[in-house]
Design a protein around this ligand. Sequence first.
Ligand code: NAP
Ligand code: MG
Length: 483
Amino acid sequence: MPAAQKISSGRLYIGGQWTDAAAAGTFTTVNPSTEEPITQVAEGRAEDIDRAVAAARQAFEGAWGRMSAADRGRMLWAIGDRIESQSAEIAEIETLDSGKTITEASRVDVPMAADCFRYFAGWATKIEGETVPVRAPCFGYTLREPLGVVGQIIPWNFPFLLAAWKVAPALAAGNTIVLKPAEQTPLSALRLARIAGEAGLPAGVLNVVTGFGPTAGAALVDHPGVDKIAFTGSTSVGREIMRRGAASLKRLTLELGGKSPNVVFADADLDLAVRGASNAIFYNKGEVCTAGSRLFVEEPLHDAFLDKLTAFTSRLPQGDPLDPKTRLGPQVSEAQMTRVLAYVDKGRREGARLITGGERAPGKGYFVRPTIFDDVRNDMTIAREEIFGPVLSVLRFRDLEEVARAANDTPYGLAAAVWTKDIKKAHRVARLLRAGTVWINTYGLYDSAMPFGGYKMSGFGRELGRHGLMEYTQTKSVWVDLS
Ligand code: NAP
Ligand code: MG
């Protein structure tokens, strides 16, 4: 595993230095397609978080705080360039650690991460205040200032890309960072730290503390020296972070789970919608917060659609994620595989009809066969809870109002999609769906410029675009007496 050996394993990145965890603990990160250990990673705890926050504060009050916006932008651009020039290695690290296919890692995750740094590089010089026509004989203006030290906690499904989504806008706005990657996939965040150092980012601006959620993560959330927590992960941990963050009144943005409806009308382009529905649930082996896990098909199209979808699914190559032909890798961990299979059992027991899949693939690795359940009712567990695996629930509907109601009958509101050739119907449904993103005749598109985030229990705050940038700023009003 040449790429894995090139990482600075076993160490934290604090204040521009690679350092052991204070308690000298380490943990193993595992390749989910072979079940073999990849390497040891430092287990950071509260005292390491303390050191990282101190380094971040010092950088914020020092070199980084004094740097011009133009120079900050240049640094972000340089990080984007380095991501691009190291993209093959980063993609390999990501595939080894997470089980996502090398095709997805190299064509999507890594190039989008580079793009994200370049996009926000451009923003650094465009964060402007306003002049305000106040009543008093005063000159009133506003400044858009960084928050200070930001704690960022990310999950394992898009480890490198989500690190970019969080780090790039925070740096563009002038903050400093303590980043805690997920225990299952810590390696690519360590590579990002190395790249930041190579690009000349001053010491302490980006600190990476690997470790576990209940220790390192919780210490970051509790830390009085951290001004904001930006979190992506499960709704239950999001709720816990909100509760804990109340003690120090942390600013929060939360990107949480989803149970996204994918609505196919009978007048949709059948082949496009079939491919879209498959992609919506099986991309990244279903470990996607926006996965189109509830597929609503209009009654007259149902049988033909399901036949095509099942045939399409049976042709998806599953296996070694390093093989460029593979479309479906293993689940990220044994625990996640077990969780997914438990949902499959529940689906069977609650009376959904298993069409295909529903089992672990034989041999090594945490592979779950792509699974389709038909005759699912919206009140079944598999239609209500986020499974985070390659398990699709198919539901039928008869008209627009009915499907809008059923699609919205979920505590989540991250994303949704609608497939129809009728442009009025498409836009009507887009307005009716209570979700932060709606795709029309496509699924799973993202862009550094397009805001992304949840309605309802999928969280609040936005990432990417101008909205995402603003989440890392605060407004100061300045009054100057002119009388
Ligand atoms: P998770 O527990 O919410 O983990 C996300 C991140 O939060 C990880 O870095 C985790 O650290 C950390 N964390 C855990 N407990 C914490 C705490 N008390 N305080 C601070 N940080 C804490 O998610 P998961 O267990 O890895 O995945 C479970 C489910 O989360 C999935 O099945 C899915 O439903 C959802 N999920 C959603 C998204 C999304 O994009 N919305 C992404 C991934 C997962 P450790 O990993 O080190 O424990
Ligand atoms: Mg791993």
